[in-house]
Ligand binder design. Structure first.
Ligand SMILES: [Zn+2]
Length: 448
């Protein structure tokens, strides 16, 4: 029969370790906790936590340290060990490393891997509650596991051909992170706090001349600093504008027209001075009729945002009716809608010459459409004309780019609340990659 300590050693999944004592006691929240007093096997003690070399003990007494392990069923597990400070010739005085945990961590490696695995799929509160840790701790687990799985993150910079650059705001618009994507693998290759030219320059400065030379296509939004960096560091690469950004600009213009239209409709509504006596208004009351009509129009405009934004083949019956109503009642808003649709379809053209003539025709039309938002948009489109045509020529019309961008935005929103931005960046690098996060003691077998 296996002895109790050997059995627990297997259960705790701590190799190279000797169990001195096991106890169940209560923590300060009156929960039962399993406490195991352990120490590393001889030969694995007194190791430098950085280089792993065996060192001399620096001083006495040993420090008592605690680690959370994975729960046994519903019972939290704590490991306790006395650990000395050691003196490494290279790294100086450090608390000795232990085989079951990363240096400076209060958790076992199994525990941290499980947190990081769960975090990919579950919400913040689910992970925090289930693992009984606060969200900031999750950030630190992510950083440690990422460093362990991928010690050389710069390897991602090899062999880039098509890249995308995007900035995302967090903390309600005050802070940004800049992300560089590899379009061919749909993974993030680099991310950094901040935005603008100086931040992007950090990325280009990391690249070797060969790595720079392999980049052929750079896409992003219309930002000037992206263009400047491309011209400076990789002048042979072609600058593109992600099509979904162009659609976004158009939607912004359309939305401002819609807001104006709604305001006008409301003003019209106030013009009808309908006195409300007791009972129903008479059916032949002309003023009341006009008032009802104007009210309906205003509400249609207010609710038309989705109908105007969608492509016509995906409209519901209600949305189609709404558009028809707008076509009759608000010629200007309808014109803005058609302008948006034309531009959206234009971006789907695959031939550069054809797209160019269509784009010139669109710009001419928008310039004379007497809608200020679109006259302004037309100027912006002209400024980026070459970049838009590059996009069309090189086929950067990939819906996956937008999907990856949205995934990054979701991750960043989720990572909000980590104490430092590095954890946020580690999260983006870890989850927007081909990296697999292993769960402890699994060999890909699924039980029925
Ligand atoms: Zn060392």
């Amino acid at each position: 029969m296996t002895s109790a300590t050997t059995l627990f050693k297997e259960l705790l999944n701590v190799n190279d370790t000797i169990i001195d004592d096991i106890n169940i006691s209560k923590n300060r929240y009156d929960e039962k906790v399993l406490i195991a007093r352990i120490h590393p096997r001889k030969g694995l003690q007194w190791k430098c936590p950085i280089c792993g070399k065996r060192c001399k003990v620096y001083d006495q007494p040993y420090e008592e340290r605690r680690w959370r392990g994975l729960d046994f069923g519903a019972i939290p597990v704590e490991l306790i060990a006395s650990v000395p400070r050691v003196i490494c010739k290279e790294h100086g005085v450090k608390t000795a490393g232990v085989p079951w945990a990363y240096p400076d961590s209060g958790f076992t490696k199994d525990f941290e891997y499980t947190v990081v695995w769960l975090c990919k799929y579950l919400s913040r509160s689910a992970v925090s509650n289930y693992m009984r840790i606060d969200w900031r701790t999750v950030g630190r687990c992510i950083t440690r596991v990422h460093n362990d799985i991928e010690p050389n993150v710069l390897g991602r910079l090899n062999g880039l051909v098509k890249i995308g650059i995007d900035e995302t705001s967090y903390r309600t618009g005050h802070k940004y992170i800049t992300v560089v994507l590899n379009h061919e693998t749909n993974t993030v290759v680099w991310a950094s706090d901040g935005h603008g030219k100086t931040v992007l320059e950090k990325f280009f400065n990391l690249l070797t001349p060969q790595q720079c030379a392999s980049i052929e296509v750079v896409s992003g939004d219309g930002a000037r600093w992206i263009t400047d960096c491309v011209n400076e560091y990789i002048p042979n690469a072609k600058r593109c504008v992600d099509p979904f950004h162009v659609v976004e600009w158009t939607m912004e213009a359309l939305d401002s027209v819609r807001t104006d239209a709604w305001r006008e409709a409301l003003a019209k509504l106030n013009k009808y001075d309908v006195k409300r006596g007791p009972g129903r208004p008479k059916a032949d009351d002309e003023e009341a009729k006009k008032h009802r009509q104007a009210k309906k129009e205003a509400s249609e405009i207010k609710q038309s945002s989705y109908a105007l934004g969608k492509s016509p083949d995906h409209l519901t019956a209600t949305q189609e009716a709404r558009l028809e109503m707008i076509q009759k009642s608000d010629k200007r808003l309808y014109r803005a809608y058609i302008l948006k649709e034309k531009l959206r379809l234009l971006l789907k053209i695959t031939d550069r010459d054809e797209a160019e003539s269509e784009l010139i025709a669109w710009v001419k039309w928008a310039r004379h459409c007497r809608i200020p938002a679109f006259v302004e948009l037309q100027r912006k489109i002209m400024r980026h004309k070459d970049h838009i045509l590059n996009t069309i020529e090189l086929g950067v019309t990939n819906a996956r780019i937008e999907a990856t961008n949205n995934k990054i935005k979701l991750l960043i929103r989720k990572a909000y609340g980590f104490r430092n931005v590095d954890s946020m960046i580690d999260m983006v690098l870890l989850y927007c990659s081909g990296l697999k996060i292993p769960l402890p003691n699994r060999n890909r077998v699924r039980y029925a």
